[in-house]
Ligand binder design. Structure first.
Ligand SMILES: [Zn+2]
Length: 569
């Protein structure tokens, strides 16, 4: 028998064989059972998730001699022809090919004729968004009034490019990326049948490389069998995909969390020498830290994370080294690196410096900061600390101060990006006390209660504070430093959670507005942490360089190994 590629050989022939798309197969089977078959279906999803396989399977279910049935017999003429791709009743058109216009025209002329074997004439149009306008128009005419014996199954990776007039005439199904665990299960099944030995890290590496596409995973396995024969190890897979091993990835993540710069530099040098894909590495690290963040913030969601047992073990260990704020910072640095990657001349340098920044990104709580400042103030000479906001806001990312000639060393950046906060209305007497109440209970009550609704929304609120409470609205301010959290809180489910808790707290309907604070507002240290404001208020409009010269600032920077990132007066 001729060699058949694995993806084709293992194409699902029954609904029960379809991997990871239960929401679709269940609905299709229900439609068959209830005899409610629509004229047109649109299957949307990333490549290799089974769109056309599902369309062919559905066609077989409808046209089987015993059908429409949810279990096509696979032995009748119709079933066998559809499986082998020779059925005259089921025609496949590739929307991306040049001759698709003629095929669609031909289709339009032929739809009126009855099917030969089966009950239906079925047209499967793959990559339907690629059809030319002429082909689309020809298709639309038929789609508007299809004869009862004609069915259309469309597949696309880009639903937004399909004409709305077509989409509106279809039942739409969205296929999902297939979880790593299911791909691994499938690969193990195939390897077993094909008498190939595949160790668990090798299977994981294939699944990671396939990014949720089962067909890609199967093709990779095929390629690896051709390349290595009967025994496939993780090293083989990594060589084919340019991926980094799971253990190296975990090692690197641990080194970042421990701040072990030496280990980071060593590992990156090794990976670079091994020709690993640096962009892919950054994406995988980003994914790893996101998983860790979810694991840390929402322990009850842990079972839904797409990880295998050894990964859970490593998450458990790394969780003890991390806190959510720090992970968010790391994620921020990594996504910046990912953005800059394509413009970067040396990817290795970019990755290296970014990972070192991640390693040195520490977050310090305000309490901790104040304690350390007290120690510092004593060492500076026992006096009170000058309470200028400019020194209270030392960024805790440890970086070398910029040299004097660097453009950054000039005056602080203009505040153009900071959106204005609505001024409080003059009559505020009752609302003021509500604001005080809200402020006093912010962390213990509001944040905690929001966390119970949507954990990450609560986490984002930690760096915000209430600015204003009026009869029908509440304004919450975010420090410009945490602008990302403001973006997060705008996610509808997050915002809804905050809104719900505010309404519960104030016992009346209010609108919740989230804004970026201006310098003065954000520089306010929370009431219980206020330091003596009387002692020598610093002269305004100093440059960064001048601030660097201030003994107190210099000492503070040395003490925290920090740098001035922003000056607010
Ligand atoms: Zn059949």
């Amino acid at each position: 028998m001729a060699y058949e590629v694995l993806a084709r050989k293992w194409r699902p022939q029954q609904f029960a064989d379809v991997v990871g798309q239960n929401h679709v197969t269940q609905t299709l089977q229900n439609a068959i059972t209830a005899n409610r078959i629509a004229h047109a279906y649109l299957f949307v999803g990333p490549r290799g998730t089974g769109k056309t396989s599902l369309a062919r399977l559905f066609a077989k279910a409808l046209n089987c001699k015993t059908g429409p049935t949810i279990t096509p017999c696979d032995v009748c003429d119709s079933c066998r022809e559809i499986t082998s791709g020779t059925s005259l009743d089921v025609q496949e058109i590739d929307g991306a090919s040049n001759n698709s216009v003629e095929q669609v025209r031909e289709l339009r002329d032929n739809v009126k004729f009855a099917p030969t074997h089966g009950k239906y004439k079925i047209y499967i149009i793959d990559e339907v968004h690629m059809l030319s306008t002429a082909a689309f128009n020809a298709l639309l005419k038929t789609l508007e009034e299809p004869p009862a014996h004609v069915k259309f199954f469309f597949a696309t990776t880009e639903a937004h490019k399909v004409l709305p007039t077509i989409v509106s005439r279809c039942q739409r199904f969205d296929l999902r990326r297939i979880p790593v665990a299911l791909i691994i299960e499938r690969l193990n099944l195939i390897a077993n049948e094909e008498k190939v030995s595949l160790d668990s890290d090798a299977a994981l590496a294939i699944a990671r490389g396939a990014e949720g596409g089962l067909r890609d995973a199967e093709s990779a396995l095929d390629q690896l069998i051709a390349f290595r024969g009967e025994t496939i190890t993780e090293t083989d897979v990594l060589a084919v995909f340019g991926l980094v091993s799971r253990q190296t990835l975990e090692l690197l993540a641990t080194a970042i969390l421990k701040g072990d710069v030496g280990e980071i530099v060593r590992t990156i040098a090794e990976l670079d020498a091994g020709g690993k894909d640096m962009q892919r590495l950054v994406l995988e690290l980003l994914d790893h830290f996101r998983t860790l963040l979810v694991y840390l913030c929402v322990p009850e969601a842990a079972p839904t994370l797409d990880v295998i047992a050894p990964q859970v073990e490593s998450l458990k260990q790394q969780a003890q080294l991390a806190d959510p704020d720090r992970l968010m910072r790391i994620a921020e640095v990594l996504s910046q690196a990912e953005d800059r990657m394509r413009y970067s001349l040396s990817r290795r340098t970019l990755v290296e410096t970014s990972l070192i920044r991640c390693a040195r990104a520490t977050t310090v709580s305000v309490d901790d900061l104040m304690k350390r400042l007290e120690v510092l103030s004593q060492s500076v000479g026992g006096g009170e600390i000058v309470s200028s906001p400019a020194i209270a806001r030392v960024d805790s990312v440890r970086e070398t101060p910029p040299p004097a000639y660097a453009p950054r060393a000039q005056a602080p950046a203009p505040r153009a990006t900071v959106s204005p906060v609505p001024k409080p209305s003059p009559v505020l007497a009752p609302a003021k006390s509500e604001l005080d109440a809200l402020t006093a209970q912010w962390r213990d009550q509001i944040v905690e209660r929001v966390k119970r609704e949507v954990a990450l929304a609560g986490v984002a609120l930690l760096d915000a504070k209430p600015l204003l409470v009026e009869q029908n609205r509440v304004v919450i301010g975010f420090d410009p430093q945490f602008a990302r959290k403001l973006e997060q809180i705008k996610i509808p489910t997050y915002h809804a959670a905050v809104h719900k808790i505010m309404v519960q707290f104030l016992k009346r309907p209010v609108n919740v507005e989230c804004v970026l604070m201006t310098g003065e507002e954000s520089a306010d240290v929370p009431a219980d942490h206020t330091v003596d404001k009387g002692a020598g208020s610093a002269p305004h409009s100093k440059t960064r360089q001048e601030w660097h010269q201030e003994p107190v600032v210099r000492k503070t920077l040395e003490f925290f190994n920090g740098s001035i990132v922003d000056i607010r007066e």
